[in-house]
Design a protein. Structure first.
Length: 139
């Protein structure tokens, strides 16, 4: 047994950057979780479809009034809603589905090890749509 023991399952390469703009992704994983604020949510792992090399996680809140992002994802994965607007779905309904996702650059301020203020740009996924669907038309 070694001197140190570190769980590295949640570590990722900080140099990996999702592209800005609309891009095709594959939903490679989806897990049910609870946010720091206690909200039910889904952690969705997206893999860039063009080369399957870049992945990123997005979080879709599943609480009433906050589910718009989850609704967009389900729509993009072609999960149908019932006539009353209720989505009856399972994680298997979104895994391996191809979707379009919109990445928007956002500046993040941070302090380096020497105490210097730094600014980095990180792309955040802000929306989903179906493959081939016009991005200007709401669903």
């Amino acid at each position: 047994m070694g001197k140190y023991k570190h769980d590295m399952t949640k570590e990722s390469d900080p140099a990996v950057q999702l592209p800005a703009g609309w891009a095709e992704y594959i939903v490679s994983n989806c897990t049910e979780e609870v946010s720091k604020k206690g909200n039910d949510m889904f952690k969705v792992t997206l893999m860039l479809a063009v080369d399957n090399s870049i992945t990123g996680d997005v979080y879709a809140i599943a609480e009433q009034g906050k589910r718009w992002f989850l609704k967009q994802l389900l729509h993009a994965c072609e999960v149908p809603a019932a006539a009353d607007g209720v989505y009856d779905w399972d994680i298997a309904d979104v895994i391996d589905k191809h979707v379009m996702a919109q990445g928007v650059p956002k500046e993040e301020k941070w302090i380096d090890r020497e105490g210097n203020d730094r600014v980095s740009t990180k792309v955040r996924i802000v929306g989903f749509r179906k493959i081939g669907e016009d991005s200007s038309v709401p669903f």
